[in-house]
Design a protein around this ligand. Structure first.
Ligand SMILES: *[C@@H]1O[C@H](CO)[C@@H](O)[C@H](O)[C@H]1NC(C)=O
Ligand SMILES: *[C@@H]1O[C@H](CO)[C@@H](O)[C@H](O)[C@H]1NC(C)=O
Ligand SMILES: *[C@@H]1O[C@H](CO)[C@@H](O)[C@H](O)[C@H]1NC(C)=O
Ligand SMILES: *[C@@H]1O[C@H](CO)[C@@H](O)[C@H](O)[C@H]1NC(C)=O
Length: 847
């Protein structure tokens, strides 16, 4: 009996998946780096607040103004959509409860259902219920809301206003289950682009907010008066129930034009304040308004701060001072030039004062000081470089309900705020700072760690990239992004194996050369003289001596440049091929595509397919890496797992049992050993694993408390300098770092199991190099179904007035730049992916 149970225990121990205690922490890029659509404060408990993001989950405010991510534990490979937060609600009667509507897209290509997640311990642990439809946390209209609200008098009652025509949903058991409110039938008619069926702009925005009137009477223990907004600009968009949700009618006298973005109750005034824009946001809008609805008299008042030609934007952010009835702030939703505008009123919107004014064009009076000390790169790369200082996409604008001086607002780039807001009414000068410490929202597109060179090079979406010279820098927000040149996004970075100070990066903008070189480890840069204005994005492989660059571009096939010469097509390699340089032997490059492995032994001048290098069953080469210190040692990640070669890819053997792998990397291990890291499908599911013994043991180093989202969208790189240190680049939660020991012996001993015989045949070179870049802004990122448009990217918008070019232009207007307008004579076509967007008759801008 005893004996047999001991055997069972032993068997269980052997079968149990192997875990190692790695503890994950963000590398401090700082400053957020993406869109923060909303901030919600608890109405009665001081200091309780959350910020929601569109691709990076939910964050909780700490007493020192920093933020803690609270949704990482539930963001598995399968449920990556939990990082897309479309709505957020707190329970006015219980400061420990928090609710969110999660899901990334309602498009055909996002398979996941939406969910309502709930926590009773401020986000430490979560329960979740799936909805019978999708939720679009990174979709148009995501700055509206909140669409989710808890009855202020009854914690059991929660309403959720859905997208896609799915209407209004209600829980009567504290969010455990939801059912449809069938009496609510006006579900929002507006679709940004009806021709985009199943796509990013082709869905109904649906419901935009749920606002309880806490001043109304109770009916059977429930708040009786509830307001719900819809994205409908033709009939009505604000509906009310006065019988606790049983019946609904359109509120009489409402604007009936534009879309309501925010609706806030000021109970002491018995009034609702609403902001409107003629677009769903967060990028669009050329008109709008601000309204006050008096609950006592049931009358509407237009309190829009500007009119006529000054009204060339809509309104989003709306902060109501609960301590000072009559005091509120509203923000322009996208005044793209010269800057956003924020208005403050202390008399219920009768009069307003702006946060900046013209002081004789082009001078401005700024009634604020603006600082980004805790994320210096924001000032270096953005504030000091652009007329837009205050930001753009301001849908979040909140005054702490218990502190009139404390305010926060979210932009497309960061979260700003301050602690002296009432000075606006006295000295009329407030101090604004980036207050996004702990918010790490970058979409990471490429990572590298150079042995003896820079510890971490991170290519990111929207903010270009960052260099961390040594491990001791990882906790400090960088002084600057990659600049001179600075592009919208960097899609990859690589170093030269024998000259690790030599670094190359690639950008994703059209209209200017997009390859830059550094000889100081990624500190300063020069544009590659052989790059032209037509090629961009993709991945890079830098030869060991740094004289040759192989570039698997995003829009012009695979290219090669030697000695800083012109990039020319490598005809033998298919467009989109995975590429790598041997890190020690300057003449050798590797590539893979489909089931084929390729090799060049003449610095990429020509490539040969190494036939039968990879076994039957391989249909997709996903990644190729070379050992940082050993010539000829390479690893190929495929749908059929990882294969290793120690003879320049002549023969390969399987690296253990990890199946269907994605990105892989070698990192320094104990002593002289190296550890192989891989995202793949193993014993513990689709996660990050590591092996120190060539796959004899694969250790789950991700653990159970850290989600990285979809593994197919992630990057991984092992440190080339610090034993056991490894970095994960996520699509919306920045870069994570952990350090630990992966046991199981060194990886540099050669294995001979299941070596595959191979022979080389030279592939006839074809002349059809180059493919066209996908025109879908939304899906044209780095991987198939899981990559989302990063948060500050401008999705193609239906309000675009793209100047149709009769011939291919030679000069493009840059992102944020002017591209049309009366009297304008400059370039009229924007760099991809930006589109020329009408602002007013005198100004259109690349957004
Ligand atoms: C709160 O609402 C629920 C659901 O409608 C109801 O069953 C309950 O009685 C209400 N609570 C109180 C205290 O009235
Ligand atoms: C509704 O809004 C859209 C987008 O701004 C606009 O194209 C349309 O003309 C509007 N419809 C009405 C009736 O105002
Ligand atoms: C407000 O203060 C900032 C920071 O001191 C200063 O730069 C700015 O000029 C001041 N604004 C005005 C109008 O005096
Ligand atoms: C580098 O690779 C080339 C081409 O395969 C080979 O001829 C040469 O011997 C290699 N050099 C070293 C030092 O291994």
């Amino acid at each position: 009996m005893k004996h047999s149970s001991a055997i069972q225990l032993l068997l269980a121990a052997v079968a149990a998946p192997v875990r190692a205690a790695f503890s994950w922490k963000n590398v401090n890029i700082g400053g957020g780096g993406g869109f923060v659509p909303s901030v919600v404060f608890h109405p009665t408990t001081k200091g309780v607040a959350y910020a929601r993001t569109d691709i990076g989950g939910l964050y909780r405010l700490n007493p020192d103004d920093s933020w803690t991510a609270v949704t990482d534990s539930i963001t598995t490979d399968e449920r990556w959509g939990h990082w897309g937060i479309d709505a957020l609600a707190l329970d006015p009667q219980n400061p420990d409860k928090v609710f969110a509507a999660t899901g990334m897209y309602t498009t055909d290509w996002d398979p996941n259902p939406g969910a309502i997640i709930r926590s009773s311990d401020r986000g430490a642990t979560w329960q979740s219920v799936d909805l019978p439809f999708k939720v679009g946390g990174n979709m148009p209209g995501r700055g509206m809301g909140e669409r989710l609200a808890v009855d202020p008098k009854n914690s059991s009652i929660i309403y959720f206003g859905a997208r896609s025509g799915n209407g209004l949903w209600k829980s009567t058991n504290g969010g455990v289950t939801f059912s449809k409110v069938s009496s609510f039938t006006n579900v929002g008619t507006y679709i940004p682009d009806p021709s985009d069926v199943g796509g990013y702009n082709g869905d109904k925005i649906g419901l935009t907010f749920v606002t309880f009137d806490s001043t109304s009477s109770l009916l059977n223990g429930a708040t009786s008066r509830i307001f719900v907004g819809t994205a409908d600009n033709t009939t009505a968009s604000v509906y009310v129930s006065t019988d606790a949700g049983a019946t609904w009618t359109a509120v009489a006298g409402q604007p009936a034009k534009y879309f309501p973005h925010k609706c806030r109750l000021q109970p002491a005034e018995k009034a609702l304040y609403l902001t409107y824009s003629d677009g769903a946001g967060p990028y669009d809008g050329t008109s709008g308004g601000v309204y006050r609805y008096d609950l006592t008299t049931s009358t509407w008042k237009d309190i829009t701060p500007v009119s006529g030609g000054d009204l060339f934007y809509g309104f989003g952010g709306l902060g109501v001072d609960m301590q000072k009835p009559g005091t509120l702030v509203v923000a322009s939703l996208n005044s793209w030039w010269p800057d956003a505008q924020i208005f403050r009123s202390t008399d219920s919107g009768n009069t307003w004062s702006p946060i900046w004014e013209w002081a004789g064009y082009p001078d401005q009076n700024w009634y604020y000081g603006l600082y980004s000390d805790n994320a210096p790169w924001i000032n270096a790369g953005f504030i000091s470089q652009d007329t837009k200082r205050l930001g753009w996409m301001i849908e979040a604008l909140e005054i702490d309900p218990l502190d009139s001086d404390h305010w926060l607002y979210g932009t497309g780039l960061t979260l700003f705020g301050g602690r002296d807001l009432t000075k606006w009414d006295t000295t009329r000068n407030v101090t604004i700072s980036s207050m996004a410490v702990g918010i790490e929202e970058m979409a990471v597109l490429g990572l590298a760690s150079a042995p003896g060179g820079s510890e971490l090079l991170a290519a990111v979406g929207d903010n270009n990239g960052f260099t961390f010279k040594s491990s001791s820098d990882l906790g400090t927000s960088p002084q600057k992004p990659w600049m001179n040149p600075m592009w919208t996004s960097a899609t990859d970075v690589d170093y030269a194996g024998n000259k690790p100070q030599n670094v190359v990066r690639v950008g994703n903008s059209a209209g200017s050369p997009q390859i830059a070189l550094s000889t100081d480890g990624g500190d300063t840069w020069n544009v590659h003289p052989g790059a032209d204005s037509t090629k961009n994005s993709g991945t890079l492989a830098y030869s060991a001596e740094g004289d040759t660059i192989l570039w698997s571009s995003g829009n012009a096939g695979v290219l090669r440049s030697a000695n800083q010469g012109t990039f020319t097509a490598v005809a033998a390699l298919p467009s989109g091929a995975a590429i790598a340089a041997d890190k020690k032997n300057n003449t050798v490059f590797y590539a893979g595509s489909g089931n084929t492995f390729y090799r060049s032994t003449n610095t990429g001048t020509s490539f040969s397919a190494v036939s039968s290098a990879l076994p039957t069953g391989v249909t997709a080469v996903r990644d190729i890496i070379a050992h940082p210190l050993v010539a000829g040692e390479i690893y190929v990640s495929t749908n059929a797992g990882i294969f290793r070669s120690t003879n320049y890819g002549s023969t390969f053997s399987s690296v253990g049992s990890l199946a269907n792998t994605e990105k892989i990397s070698l990192g320094k291990g104990e002593g002289s050993s190296w550890v192989l890291y891989a995202f793949g499908r193993g014993a513990n599911g689709a996660k990050l694993y590591a092996t120190a013994n060539n796959g004899a043991t694969w250790v789950d180093i991700q653990g159970d408390s850290q989600g990285f989202g979809a593994i197919s969208a992630n990057r991984v790189v092992g440190s080339s300098n610090v034993a056991g240190q490894v970095y994960v680049g996520t699509n919306g939660r920045g870069v994570f770092c952990a350090k630990g020991v992966v046991s199981g012996g060194g990886s540099s001993s050669s294995t001979s199991s299941s070596a595959v015989a191979s022979s080389t045949t030279t592939k006839a070179s074809s002349t059809t190099a180059g493919t066209t870049l996908s025109t879908s802004v939304v899906k044209s990122s780095t991987s198939s179904t899981t990559v989302k448009p990063s948060s500050t990217s401008k999705a193609a918008s239906s309000t675009t007035t793209s100047a149709a070019a009769s011939a291919t232009p030679t000069v493009y207007a840059k992102r944020w730049g002017q591209c049309a307008g009366n009297g304008y004579t400059g370039p009229k076509v924007c760099e991809a992916p930006w589109v020329c967007t009408f602002v007013n008759d005198w100004y259109s801008q690349c957004l």
